[in-house]
Ligand binder design. Structure first.
Ligand code: CAA
Length: 257
C-alpha cells in the first residue's frame, strides 16, 4: 500500500513506520494519523511481523498535532471532527510497539511515543508538552501518561510550564528505555524489536496487555476527561491567539478568556 505522509518497510520480523512530513517537522495532520493507524493495524494482522518500530527523522520524531489544521476550529468543530479519537486505535495494537526518537518529540509527538511500549532515544532527543504556549493542554493522553511515567512533579512542570526534557533527563525520570548516539538509535530500536519479535508471540502479547493494564487502570476515564478539556479550550480567545501567534511567528498576548 502506498502512503502520502508515512513510509513503511519490513526489516526481518519488524514492521517499520517512518513519519514523512519533513517540512512540517512531522506534525500530525488527520491524514497522517489515518495512515499511521492503518499501517500499524496491517502489520498487526501480518503473521510474519513480530513487532513494530515507529520513527521520524533525526531532526524531529514529531512536533505534535498540526496547529495549522486546528487553529480556527471551535470547540464544537473539535468535538464533532474528533480528530484525536482515531489516536486511540494505537492503544489497540496487540504487538509490541517501539518508538525510535531523535530531535523534537513534542505535544502529540510525545503522546504517540508514550502510547508505544518502549522508547529508544538518540542523545539529541527533546521531550515536551508545549501546548501551554498555544493556550491549550495536551489532548491525547499527555497529562495522564506523563503523570504516571515521570511522576507528578516533573509532569506538572512539563504541562503547565513547558519544561522540555533532554534525552538524559527523560531516561533518568523513567520516560524512556535508553539513550544511544544519534547514528544508531534506529538500529538499536530495530534490534530490540527483532529480539522481542522472535519471542513466544502469545506470551509477548499477553505480557504487553498486562503491563499496560497495570499502567492504564483508570487511564481511560482520565483520557476522556482530558480530551473534553482540550476541545473545550477551543472556545477560548486564548487558543486562537496562541495558535495564530505560533503561525505568525510572534509572541502571544493572553487575555484569560
Ligand atoms: N503544526 C504545524 N506546523 C508545525 C508544527 C505543528 N505542530 N511544528 C512545526 N511546524 C512547522 C512550522 O510552522 C514551520 O513551517 P513553515 O516553514 O511553513 O513556517 C516548520 O514546521 C518548521 O518549524 P520551525 O520553523 O518552527 O522550526 P524550528 O526549528 O525553529 O522550531 C520547534 C522547531 C521548536 C519544534 C517549533 O516548530 C515548535 O515549537 N513547534 C510547535 C510545537 C508544539 O506546539 N506542539 C504542540 C502542538 S498541539 C498538540 O500536539 C495537541 C495535542 O496534544 C494533540
Amino acid at each position: 500500500m502506498s502512503y502520502s505522509f508515512i513510509l513503511t518497510e519490513i526489516h526481518d520480523r519488524v514492521g517499520l513506520i517512518r513519519f514523512n512530513r519533513p517540512k512540517a517537522l512531522n506534525a500530525f495532520n488527520r491524514p497522517l494519523m489515518e495512515e499511521l493507524v492503518q499501517a500499524l493495524e496491517d502489520f498487526d494482522n501480518n503473521a510474519s511481523i513480530g513487532a513494530m518500530v515507529i520513527t521520524g527523522s533525526d531532526r524531529a520524531f514529531a512536533a505534535g498535532a498540526d496547529i495549522k489544521e486546528m487553529v480556527e476550529a471551535s470547540a464544537v468543530d473539535m468535538l464533532l471532527a474528533d480528530n484525536l479519537g482515531i489516536w486511540d486505535r494505537i492503544r489497540g495494537i496487540k504487538k509490541p510497539l517501539i518508538a525510535a526518537v531523535s530531535g523534537w518529540c513534542l505535544g502529540g509527538g510525545n503522546e504517540v511515543a508514550m502510547m508505544c511500549d518502549m522508547i529508544i532515544a538518540s542523545e539529541t532527543a527533546k521531550f515536551g508538552q508545549p501546548e501551554i504556549n498555544l493556550g491549550v493542554i495536551p489532548g491525547s493522553g499527555g497529562t495522564q501518561r506523563l503523570a504516571k511515567s515521570v511522576g507528578k512533579a516533573i509532569a506538572m512542570e512539563m504541562v503547565i510550564n513547558n519544561r522540555t526534557l533532554s534525552a538524559e533527563e527523560a531516561y533518568r525520570f523513567g520516560l524512556i528505555n535508553r539513550v544511544v548516539p544519534v547514528e544508531v538509535y534506529l538500529d538499536e530500536a530495530l534490534k530490540l524489536a527483532n529480539e522481542i519479535g522472535a519471542r513466544a508471540p502469545l506470551a509477548v502479547r499477553s505480557g504487553k496487555e498486562m503491563v499496560n493494564q497495570a499502567f492504564e487502570t483508570f487511564l481511560k476515564e482520565g483520557v476522556v476527561d482530558e480530551r473534553r478539556a482540550f476541545y473545550f479550550l477551543f472556545s477560548s480567545d486564548d487558543q486562537k491567539e496562541g495558535m495564530r501567534a505560533f503561525i505568525e511567528k510572534r509572541d502571544p498576548e493572553w487575555k484569560g478568556k
